[in-house]
Design a protein around this ligand. Structure first.
Ligand code: NDP
Length: 289
């Protein structure tokens, strides 16, 4: 007989709505009690259409939550020096608690130099080497939003991560590596896989927690998943029919996993929610609250 058991869906829209509602209440309190309105500066350089959409979504999310947003839209021809001058001003501004420079930047601008010029206390993307280092030593200040959001999704399942085998597929600085540090802090035993990993299916078969962050459509198959595993799909890929799909074969994996995130509607909505959270945390720290 066919096995009809399917995994519980981890609803990223619902969890992110909860995070935003908590933040809205907290921001209201900060305004009333401390006269503090958290502020996020979003810097967009050039005409990248995807970047424009991301910036619009982030600005709208700020407004809905009560965060003041300061949008800086700058021409493609902007020089590195001009951008560094703006960041210096934002670093010094009393009203700005978070600074986000939308990537990618035009080719005449060195991204690394720009990201390092952001004050680590206002680095709400968590990409500054200082914040990466803090996470590495187990004392995080501001954490990268996507893996931070994944942790919140894992928490929503109620699972105890201690002693669990976690396999992360992908080793990027924005997802895979910080993800590993966050899971390690929760006492999981972490394996990071990448394009040179030998026998990936076998590695995944041993995992209680699978984090797929490779950017390869439906690469992770259902029969790689251990019975009862938690599967988090970070990937966002465009299938040939135009639909958005993750890195995991959702149908197949659902028959084995205990919990699974859908794409879209899983990790995606969490990223912006955690950006808002980081902005509020940064504002509180800067105001010594
Ligand atoms: P990168 O391209 O920077 O990294 C991909 C990683 O996957 C690399 O470490 C690469 O290995 C590894 N990889 C690629 N192919 C294979 C393979 N066949 N087997 C094993 N490992 C492989 O991507 P990002 O980390 O930036 O993003 C990953 C995915 O997550 C993308 O789909 C992206 O769109 C999505 N994403 C989603 C977000 C969200 O908000 N939901 C936010 C950020 C990203 P190697 O290092 O060896 O090349």
């Amino acid at each position: 007989m066919e096995n009809l058991k399917t995994a519980s869906i981890i609803d990223g829209k619902e969890v992110s709505a909860r995070v935003r509602a908590e933040l809205k209440a907290e921001i209201e309190y900060l305004k009333q009690k401390h006269g503090l309105t958290p502020g996020l500066a979003v810097v967009l350089v050039g005409e990248n259409p995807a970047s424009k959409v991301y910036v619009r979504n982030k600005t709208r999310a700020c407004e809905e939550t009560g965060i003041r947003s300061f949008q800086h839209t700058l021409p493609e021809s902007l020089s590195e020096g001009e951008l560094l001058t703006l960041i210096k001003e934002l670093n010094a501004s009393k009203e700005v608690h978070g600074i986000l420079v939308q990537l990618p930047l035009p080719k005449q601008i060195n991204e690394e130099k720009v990201l390092e010029s952001i004050s680590p206390q206002k680095d709400v993307d968590g990409f500054h080497p200082y914040n990466m280092g803090r996470l590495m030593i187990g004392s995080p200040l501001l954490q990268p939003c996507t893996p931070f959001g994944v942790m919140r999704l894992l928490e929503s399942t109620g699972a105890d991560l201690s002693g669990k085998e976690a396999v992360i597929i992908g080793r990027s600085n924005i997802v895979g590596k910080p993800m590993a540090m966050m899971l390690l802090r929760k006492n999981a035993t972490v394996t990071i896989c990448h394009s040179r990993t030998k026998d990936l299916p076998e590695k995944v078969r041993g995992a209680d927690i699978v984090i797929a962050a490779m950017g390869r459509a439906q690469f992770v198959k259902g029969d790689w998943i251990k019975e009862g595993a938690i599967v988090i799909d970070v990937g966002i890929n465009r299938a040939p029919d135009g639909k958005l799909v993750g890195d995991v074969d959702f149908e197949g994996a659902s028959r084995k996993a205990s919990f699974i995130t859908p794409v879209p509607g899983g990790v995606g909505p969490m990223t912006i929610a955690m950006l808002l959270k980081n902005t509020v945390e940064a504002a509180k720290k800067l105001a010594s609250i």
